[in-house]
Design a protein around this ligand. Structure first.
Ligand code: UDP
Length: 417
């Protein structure tokens, strides 16, 4: 039985000033014909990772414009999350072993989840990512005549997806009415059936993580973590996951520290509840950092890694790194750009939409690139400031969550009965 999540209410009116009158009115108009329509978002976790982050705002904002939105999280067990992690990795291009037994596990949990949803309660169901992608096949209500519209929102970069795993879930994916991808290039060739929509995610400019943090709170976080505010700081905020290359971040820091001896590194990181090997990788990262007193971890086992710590570090860092090898979108990049921080980030997937090389930050492909760019920005305040400001404007125009809400409303209108 999926568990309902109850995010705190939010009001679109509060966003009016940040997004401007035109964007605000557009959302209000799009919502009018959808008044009272019932929406369910279904995903795999309520904590850790970008999808949960998005739903904490998207769901209450959908409610605030007159629809009735729920958010449910599937109840998996460790064997299921082990399988879905492999599925996720292979869809991002990793070489993995995919067995019939894993396939059975995935189907079984999708069937159990489907049985726990009363489909007749909803006009629209949005299923996020591959973990629950099969639910549509077991939950579609064909008898009561209720016509729920189903959408699959794929947050990952499928460009290098394993053909075998993709072909496994493809028959499920083709049962949806609509598919939503972050980038056109993620759409697989030859999809038959669903209509395809492109809509990158966005951040909530009013969430505690993204509003301006007062200095008292900021210095408190720095003091708790043992960071010296007088010395230069670089940072990465990300789950413990090889795709985010935290070990590589430490290598880059070590190389840069040879030129800037006072340099410090902050790593804000949590372990998502649907990532069973997160702890193993956490230990590995700690070992790689060794005894260096200038590497600071702010993690959930330490009771850190929450909104305030993320905000404090993203606001304070002289340069923010996002050393992702593959990244569907990368909300952490958006969050740092919104705080007008200069970024050096991986030349990967959704990061490329956000970090315009040389304008809103730098894209890097090798450790040498990262070191070169980090040192360049540390030594050139003017460029760092200019890029930071350009990054914030880029986010304001393109990557706020209200634009994401607008895209969903447009899509629902297209499928209105
Ligand atoms: N995050 C957090 N605490 C942490 C690490 C990450 O709150 O210790 C948040 C981060 O601020 C962002 C989200 O988790 O909002 C990660 O989303 P992103 O799209 O960057 O990556 P994903 O984890 O979904 O691959």
């Amino acid at each position: 039985m999926p568990t309902l999540v109850n995010p705190k209410p939010k009001q679109l009116d509060d966003y009016r000033k940040v997004i401007g009158e035109e964007a605000y009115q557009e959302i209000v108009e799009l919502a009018k014909p959808l008044a009272g329509k019932r929406v369910l978002h279904l995903n795999a976790t309520a904590s850790g990772g970008g999808v949960a982050e998005l739903l904490y705002t998207l769901v209450p904002l959908t409610n605030s414009v007159g629809l009735v939105a729920d958010w449910a999280v599937m109840d998996g067990a460790p064997d299921f999350y082990q399988v879905t992690k492999t599925m996720h990795d292979s869809l991002q291009g990793a070489k993995t072993v995919w067995t019939d037994e894993m396939w059975d596990t995935w189907r079984r949990y999708n069937e159990i989840t489907a049985k726990g949803i009363d489909v007749s309660n909803y006009d629209y169901i949005v299923v996020h990512d591959p973990q629950p992608a099969g639910v549509v096949s077991y939950a579609r209500d064909t008898e009561s005549g209720v016509r729920t519209r189903w959408f699959w929102r794929c947050h990952i970069d499928l460009t290098d997806a394993s053909q075998e795993v993709w072909e496994t879930i493809r028959p499920f994916v083709e049962q949806y009415e609509g598919l939503v991808f972050t980038l056109e290039e993620y759409v697989k060739d030859g999809l038959r059936g669903p209509e395809v929509f492109i809509s990158p995610p966005g951040i909530d400019p009013l969430s505690p993580k993204n509003v301006k943090l007062d200095n008292t709170a900021r210095y408190k976080v720095l003091a708790t973590a043992g960071i010296d505010p007088e010395r230069p700081l670089i940072a990465q905020v990300s789950r413990f996951d090889p795709w985010k290359d935290p070990l590589g971040v430490i290598d880059v820091y070590r190389e840069a520290k040879k030129q800037v001896p006072g340099l410090q590194l902050a790593m804000v990181a949590n372990v998502a509840s649907d990532a069973p090997d997160g702890w193993v990788f956490y230990e590995k990262t700690l070992r790689h950092a060794g005894e260096d007193p200038d590497i600071h971890f702010l993690t959930d086992p330490m009771g850190l890694g929450n909104d305030v710590e993320v905000s404090a570090i993203q606001t304070t860092a002289d340069v923010v790194i996002q050393k992702s090898i593959c990244e569907g979108f990368g909300l952490v990049v958006t969050e740092a750009l919104w705080k007008a921080r200069p970024m050096v980030a991986g030349n990967a997937g959704g990061i490329r939409m956000q970090v315009i090389d040389g304008e809103t930050g730098y894209l890097a492909t090798s450790n040498e690139d990262y070191v070169h760019r980090v040192l360049g920005l540390l030594g050139d305040q003017e460029t760092a400031c200019r890029m930071g400001e350009a990054g914030r404007e880029h986010v304001r125009k393109n990557f706020l969550i209200t634009r994401y809400l607008r895209d969903y409303l447009r899509m629902f209108n297209r499928f209105a009965r």
